[in-house]
Design a protein around this ligand. Structure first.
Ligand SMILES: C[S@@+](CC[C@H](N)C(=O)[O-])C[C@H]1O[C@@H](n2cnc3c(N)ncnc32)[C@H](O)[C@@H]1O
Length: 404
């Protein structure tokens, strides 16, 4: 691979914003890629993938390069040097790469790789937390899996097209995909590419949605004609799936505390041809109270640490703080406690997170079942999806039934 100056410099600029200014990696990359219209698909993927890689391995690379935050421009190039050296990429003779200590970089990599928090490039507290909650062996496997680049998975929008037809249409646009066993609407891309540019996407034939996330709507056992409340709908990844499973029949009330996310949901629903969604911003306690006792199904796709989606969002490793995890647990419990009241007697509810930590998952469900409001509920089934077992995101989902 030959390194191009403007691409490497763009990567360094992106890293400066992410590391030194605390900006979100996905937003910075999106903005950076708009900088030069002449960049082709390869250039763009170089910037995106290299930036994500260096974000993912920040702690390990900083330790090897012996640099500390905030990173000066020179030190950002040192991180880049470590990245290139460990991948066997030949460095050009630019002043930034003079006197690169190749052997020393490789030697330090070998010795630091013996210690998990460096090898997996995670903060001390996260290593402790993962070990405590999952046990040494499982944590070791899970964090290694969460450090791998995530595959791109899409969900066929069965309101408009079958999975088989979508696969053919994409093939005509030179995008190879494969079916995934036991994930009925999923297709995995054989090679990464910018699928948002395809006609199939513009026509609303699919959404990008990880395979594990595609299990959640099925878990809720919805049927056409039901009244469903998706309480933490966000931009609607699961709402759109629910609409498809309900064949556009019945009603889905999609709530969230952020109106701008629901705006995006509306836009996506239009493209997908989903007509049974009623978005409502939670701007007072009345919004939820009005719904008490009215729904056949409730989905609580709760705000969580996002540890299960680290492969997609590696900067969460550096943004998450232990205190935040503590306060999240209270939010999750409050949400469960309040939003479960939306259900009719005999109705069903799913509590889901994209976390693999029991403290955000089964422990929250147990706490709810032991609470005053939870005593009318039974746990029908639950499932923890580990990235180390499936290769997709880490997730948790529990199906709870309310007594009739
Ligand atoms: C895991 S995300 C939801 C993702 C979304 N369901 C999807 O599939 O695309 C959690 C959502 O909960 C919302 N949220 C946070 N606190 C909330 C609350 N108290 N009530 C309702 N929604 C909340 C966040 O804004 C966020 O959109």
């Amino acid at each position: 691979m030959r390194l191009h100056r403007n691409l490497v410099f763009a990567t360094a600029d992106a890293l400066a914003e992410i590391f030194n200014e605390g900006a979100y990696a996905d937003k910075v990359i999106e903005k950076t890629l708009k900088r030069d219209k002449r960049w082709g698909a390869r250039d763009r993927s170089f910037i995106a993938e290299t930036t994500y890689d260096i974000v993912r391995w920040k702690r390990l690379y900083a330790e090897i390069a012996e640099v500390k935050e905030p990173f000066s421009r020179e030190n950002l190039f040192r991180l880049f040097t470590v990245w290139a050296t460990l991948r066997g990429i030949k460095l050009p003779d630019w002043p930034q790469f003079e006197n690169t200590p190749t052997r020393r970089i490789k030697g330090k990599f070998d010795s630091l790789s013996k210690i998990r928090k460096y090898r997996e490039s995670i903060p001390d507290w996260l290593d402790e937390k993962g070990k405590k909650e999952l046990g040494e062996q499982l944590w070791e496997k899970e964090i290694a899996a969460l450090n791998k680049q995530a595959p791109v998975v899409i969900r066929a929008n069965t309101l408009k097209i079958s999975v088989a037809e979508l696969q053919q249409k994409l093939q005509k646009e030179e995008i190879e995909t494969k079916r995934i066993k036991n994930y009925p609407e999923a297709l995995e891309l054989v090679e990464r590419s910018n699928i948002f540019r395809t006609e199939a996407f513009k026509n609303g034939f699919f959404e990008v949605q990880d395979a594990s996330s595609q299990l959640v709507a099925h878990f809720l056992e919805v049927e056409p004609g039901m009244r469903v409340v998706d309480t933490c709908a966000g931009a609607g990844g699961k709402t759109l799936h629910l609409a498809a499973l309900m064949q556009n029949k019945g009603q889905i009330i999609a709530t969230d505390i952020y109106g701008n996310k629901l705006k995006e949901l509306k836009r996506r629903a239009r493209r997908a041809g989903a007509h049974n969604i009623d978005p409502r911003t939670i701007d007072s306690t009345k919004v939820i109270k009005k719904l008490y006792g009215t729904a056949d199904r409730v989905l609580i796709d709760a705000p969580c640490s996002g540890l299960g989606v680290l492969s997609r969002n590696p900067d969460a490793k550096w943004k998450l703080q232990p205190e935040f995890l503590e306060s999240l647990r209270n939010t999750q419990f409050e949400i469960l406690e309040k939003y479960s009241r939306i259900l009719k007697p005999g109705g069903k509810m799913v509590y889901a997170t994209c976390s693999v930590l029991p403290s955000e998952n089964k422990e929250q469900v147990d706490r709810f079942l032991n609470s005053e409001n939870g005593k009318d509920f039974k746990l029908s089934k639950d499932k923890t999806i580990l990235s180390s077992e499936t290769g997709y995101d880490g997730f948790y989902m529990a199906l709870l039934e309310k007594d009739s």
